[in-house]
Design a protein around this ligand. Structure first.
Ligand SMILES: C[C@H](O)CC(=O)SCCNC(=O)CCNC(=O)[C@H](O)C(C)(C)COP(=O)(O)OP(=O)(O)OC[C@H]1O[C@@H](n2cnc3c(N)ncnc32)[C@H](O)[C@@H]1OP(=O)(O)O
Length: 759
């Protein structure tokens, strides 16, 4: 059984005995069964031991408690329930004071809410982040908090799920008192506090009673339906807080329990909890030793990406040299950074003194020689191989030995870039996502010649920047953009739909940014252009040809494609575009019946996304393999090549299950590109299970998508959520299948769908 609770008796200055109970379950004192059993036992002893007058509950120095043990959710929770333990703390006749150093999150903060007082050090943080796991605070958090700080503030705190630092938390009433100094000062203060509280009437300190003050929450429902689009948990949280206002504690707790259970068994919670562990897993790379994070970072190019990376470094304690050989570009980049920070001061998210410190850590420069002392240099110019190679030759000249030479490319070949230097072992890719100071994902690309210690430093760089850092192989588009590409949106456009219609449907599902807008932002012409330059473009490949067409339509040959493309993004419903693209589709003999089969589109509806994926008669979908059906005719499992990537790249798997309620769960997985993902964690998190969605059958027998979960519900990443239930060994099985597929590559190519685009 994981975890325990230690007990030490201390004597306060008035001579009374106080029990100090310390949760002990490294690294974050999660409330695993051992901790719950320990708490239950210590509370019984507290009641029984008449020599003890009061108790302090702590988690030791640095962390109070990271909440319920999330790994238990999948395996089943055994032992005493957290709700009962919190009730026992609250109902204790002897005062229990929480001494909080470090994070108190989820169930951890709910335990603190059960205590009669909450004392915190300046390092403490309070949070109810369950919403990020697709659930809600299910141990009384949705009930005690509204009774403490009011319903409206509680809804915001719980639905945002963002932890709050100690000082603000005291202002909001989440903690009672801030204690200066380190953990031992906090503990000492808590012991004294508890001793003084002994014998007091604790009735008013118990939050589990009565109702919360009345509040009108319908506005909040709308607000969170918009800001956390598609997510079930925020609405369930609001229902619980409404119950806190309308019902007595015990009845309202029943509502919380019922809402918690509904969420817990749902696909969103399963997917988000899977993602929690997958994100952490993908940062651990077998075979790489731990490396020190760089202290100084050079950045070449002061454009949108360069200035974003500079801010990100500065905010995480890395000194920056921001280089642009064009003084005007450099000034523009620095101005953008200053404006961004000025806004932060306006919004009060940073103080002027903090901003001054951040700006002081960014040194603008126009000379390559100023990069000589940097531990890592990230080149962040636009995607042009010749330019990148020139820059890397220059970096080779000026950078100190051992400096990591990184390219922020979203798809170019790292090995070709490395060739421009005499130290290809020092070259990696660091693919940031725009805006680089906001987006959580970083793809670190290992070239064939990158040395392990260099890769380790790049991973440490990502960790220092607090990014979800994935190690990926060197192949076109790496992982995130490849996932984006196979989402099939080009097929919809070829079918006669307009980009904004596709985005509207995707965004209605909860994607922060629809696939066409996203791809536009990344650069429609990016991958095709480089492959074309190298003579590698596959004219037989429908996807590549269509990318080329789009690039021609929206930003031909424009090196700063961003502006033109963003114009297009704003105005892409224009008739001209529609005509050109549809005309070309018709001319090419595209049957224009991709989705409905009648050639008419009344607007895109969610199931269109599924439609094109699941209809075997569609172009590019001719190669369904290993179809296994359920007795009722639904597909249980099949394997099919991706419709829009080269045959050697992908094969897709669908697992479709019918649930007891009649809904169908579909999990799409792609197998790996032979060169691409490097480890299962990454594949599972970002690539393997592209999306999870739920379909129901309408009365007319039409399949309708009722839920669709993208990872970018939150971050706007061009990747999707994954299914929680990925059986062990799936990866190996798929690799074996991929091998077979590759062996049959040439014969497969002959049976590909005919080209549908004009040359
Ligand atoms: C009934 C209740 O209402 C339900 C709940 O309480 S649900 C849980 C709510 N709590 C949370 O969501 C907090 C989740 N944890 C975190 O945010 C962060 O881990 C943290 C801020 C506590 C610490 O962050 P950081 O120091 O960067 O360490 P991090 O790498 O994230 O975690 C360290 C290890 O603890 C594990 N861990 C963290 N929180 C955990 C939790 N609640 N349960 C199980 N394991 C947890 C991580 O998986 C990781 O394990 P690994 O080393 O094997 O990969």
């Amino acid at each position: 059984m994981k975890g325990q609770v230690l007990c030490e008796k201390r004597t306060a200055s008035d001579g009374s005995c106080v029990a100090v109970l310390t949760m002990d379950n490294k690294p974050v004192n999660a409330l695993s069964a051992g901790v719950r059993v320990g708490l239950e036992k210590q509370l019984q002893e507290l009641t029984a031991d008449s020599s003890v007058k009061a108790a302090v509950l702590s988690g030791g120095p640095g962390v109070f408690c990271g909440g319920a043990d999330i790994s238990e959710f999948a395996t089943g929770v055994e032992g005493p329930s957290l709700t009962d333990i919190i009730a026992a703390i609250e109902n204790s006749e002897k005062p229990v004071v929480a001494a909080i150093d470090g994070v108190s999150l989820g169930g951890g903060y709910e335990v603190a809410l059960g205590c009669h007082w909450r004392l915190a050090s300046s390092r403490a943080q309070a949070g109810l982040p369950e919403v990020n796991l697709g659930i809600l605070p299910g141990a009384g958090g949705t009930q005690r908090l509204p009774r403490l700080i009011g319903a409206e503030k509680s809804v915001d705190f719980i639905c945002r799920g963002t932890p709050m630092k100690a000082q603000k938390a005291v202002q909001l009433g989440l903690y009672d008192q801030l204690v200066d100094g380190d953990y031992s000062s906090l503990l000492q203060a808590a012991v004294e506090f508890a001793a003084k509280a002994a014998g007091q009437d604790l009735t008013l300190r118990r939050l589990g009673r009565g109702k919360a003050k009345a509040a009108e929450l319908s506005q909040k429902r709308q607000e969170y339906a918009k800001s956390r689009k598609g997510e079930l948990a925020p609405q369930a949280i609001i229902s619980c807080v409404e119950a806190a206002v309308a019902q007595d504690f015990q009845d309202a707790m029943k509502v919380e329990f019922s809402e918690f259970c509904k969420l817990m068994v749902g696909p969103q919670a399963q997917a988000l909890q899977y993602m929690f562990f997958a994100q952490r897993q993908c940062q651990k790379v077998p075979g790489l030793d731990k490396a020190a994070a760089p202290g100084t970072c050079g950045i070449v190019g002061a454009g949108l990406m360069g200035s974003g990376i500079a801010m990100c470094c500065a905010e995480n304690g890395i000194k920056v040299v921001l280089l642009d050989i064009d003084q005007k570009n450099l000034d523009r980049g620095m101005t953008a950074i200053k404006k961004n920070y000025a806004r932060s001061v306006e919004r009060k998210s940073k103080s002027q003194a903090q901003v001054d410190g951040l700006l002081a850590s960014i040194t603008p420069s126009t000379s390559y020689d100023s990069l000589g002392h940097c531990d890592i240099v990230v080149e962040a110019v636009f995607e042009n191989m010749d330019l990148k190679r020139k820059i890397f030759a220059e970096l080779d000249r000026v950078c100190k030995p051992g400096c990591v030479l990184a390219s922020n490319t979203s798809g170019l070949n790292i090995d070709s870039i490395a060739e421009a230097t005499k130290r290809p072992q020092d070259v990696v890719g660091c693919h940031f996502f725009s805006p680089a100071n906001v987006m959580p994902l970083l793809e670190n690309v290992r070239g064939p010649r990158t040395a392990p210690q260099v890769m380790a430093k790049a991973m440490a760089f990502g960790a220092k920047l607090k990014k979800v850092t994935c190690l990926v192989g060197n192949c076109p588009g790496f992982i995130a953009n490849r996932v984006m590409n196979v989402s099939g949106w080009t097929h919809l456009i070829q079918g006669g739909l307009l980009p904004h219609q596709i985005d509207a449907a995707a965004e209605a599902f909860g994607m922060r940014m629809g696939p066409t807008r996203m791809m536009d932002l990344v650069g429609l012409d990016l991958f095709g252009r480089e492959r074309e330059r190298k003579g590698e473009q596959d004219d037989q490949n429908e996807y590549e040809r269509f990318q080329k067409l789009l690039a021609e339509e929206v930003g031909p040959g424009n090196p700063h494609g961003w502006e033109i493309k963003s114009d297009w993004a704003k105005d892409y419903s224009k008739q001209q575009f529609k005509m050109r693209v549809s005309l070309r589709s018709h001319e090419s003999g595209n049957p224009n019946k991709l989705l409905r089969g009648d050639g008419k589109y009344k607007g895109v509806v969610p199931e269109d996304f599924l439609g094109f994926l699941l209809k075997p008669e569609l172009p590019g979908m001719k190669e369904w393999k290993d179809v296994e059906t359920l007795p009722d005719g639904f597909i249980k499992y099949c394997r099919v090549k991706a419709p829009c990537m080269t045959p050697r790249d992908h094969c897709w798997k669908y697992t479709i299950d019918r649930r007891a309620d009649g809904s169908i769960f579909v999990c799409i997985r792609t197998t790996t590109h032979p060169e691409c993902p490097e480890k299962p964690g990454i594949i599972r998190a970002y690539y393997y299970n592209s999306c999870v969605f739920k379909m129901s059958e309408t009365e007319e027998g039409v399949m309708e998508m009722t839920e669709f979960i993208f990872q970018d519900l939150k971050g706007g990443l061009p990747v999707s959520l994954m299914n929680a239930a990925l059986p062990k060994g799936t990866l190996e099985a798929n690799k074996a299948e991929m091998k077979t597929l590759l062996a049959k590559k040439s014969s497969d190519a002959q049976t590909q769908a005919p080209n549908t685009l004009p040359a």
